[in-house]
Ligand binder design. Structure first.
Ligand code: PLP
Length: 295
């Protein structure tokens, strides 16, 4: 069984006849020249994507990811994705990789061939990167100014801060800058000093019994992992809260994590060079929950 599979998807409109779904995508050789050179995804990063974890054959949180895909598409004024089609492609792709181990399933929906009247799409599954050390030993992070004030998402919706777009070059540059500064990852801050998110993750901090994350209105992507963790903690009777956090607040947290779909929960052991307390028991519990089957 291959551990890397790719599918080319012909995105269908909402309401397409169900019998068209199965024929609307096909498996292709990973790395084959399937993307047209005049597609707006490579030229403009003009499209949206999702990354889902597959753990021991189970695709995690399909519906929250598809809901966010639809929301990202709406924010970008892309045609509404046919979620039945994407559900089916996800199922078919997950069936093609081994039923044991962790995999990352990326799906992308591009505005399509220039001038962008016909969307294009693809799904690519690869073995999950090895996040064991990040989960167990933790990560060092540095804060990096995103250059926009808190709430930019609402004041300037054209920045698409709440959408998961294919324009991730700045996020990748932030991770490179973090590494140049001797850290593993970054936490973006607003120009007025609020904690936002990591370049590919959400921030969760624990203050005593309160679990806190910055509100999506701060101008960030609403993380599916953060939502899943909050639902889990809430069901256990813990206090969870969306609240603005300054960098000083984060420094005073009893523990903090970067969380995302494939990495799960990585405890922050160092913030801007200063040690952070690590809650090993909560980290182990969070990752045990996150690695179990979730819908
Ligand atoms: N924020 C950003 C900018 C991200 O790119 C991601 C995931 O890649 C997240 C937050 C976390 O989202 P999720 O938990 O859905 O993976």
């Amino acid at each position: 069984m291959p551990d890397t599979v790719s599918f080319l998807v012909d995105p269908l409109p909402v309401g397409a006849t169900p019998e068209f779904l199965e024929a609307s995508f096909r498996e292709i050789e990973p790395g084959s020249g399937a993307l047209a050179v005049n597609d707006l995804a490579p030229h403009r990063g003009d499209g949206v994507f999702e990354t889902l974890a597959i753990v021991d054959g189970h695709v995690q949180e399909v519906e929250p990811h598809l809901a966010r895909l639809a929301n990202s598409a709406q924010l970008c004024e892309l045609p509404e994705p046919n979620l039945d089609q994407w559900r089916l492609v996800i199922t078919r792709a997950a069936e093609r990789v081994p039923g044991q181990g962790e995999f990352a399933l990326k799906l992308a929906l591009s505005r399509g061939i220039d001038p962008g009247t016909t969307p294009t799409g693809w799904v690519h599954v690869t073995p999950g990167a090895d996040f064991r050390a990040a989960r167990e030993e933790g990560i060092r992070v540095v804060t990096l100014d995103r250059g926009v004030a808190r709430g930019a998402g609402e004041r300037a919706p054209w920045l698409l801060l709440g959408a998961k777009t294919l324009s991730y070059a700045a996020n990748m540059a932030a991770i490179r800058e973090a590494k140049r500064r001797g850290a593993d990852d970054a936490v973006f801050t607003s120009s007025d000093g609020y904690v936002l998110e990591g370049p590919t993750s959400s921030v969760i901090a624990r203050f005593g019994d309160d679990w806190v994350t910055p509100p999506p209105a701060a101008g960030i992507l609403h993380g599916t992992t953060q939502r899943s963790i909050f639902a889990h903690l809430h069901a256990q009777g813990r206090t969870v809260e969306y609240r603005d956090l300054t960098v000083d607040d984060l420094r005073r947290a009893d523990a903090a994590w970067l969380v995302s779909s494939v990495r799960m929960a990585a405890p922050i052991v160092e913030l801007d060079g200063a040690p952070m307390p690590v809650d090993h028991a909560a980290t182990a519990q969070l990752n045990a929950y996150l690695l179990g089957p979730r819908d």
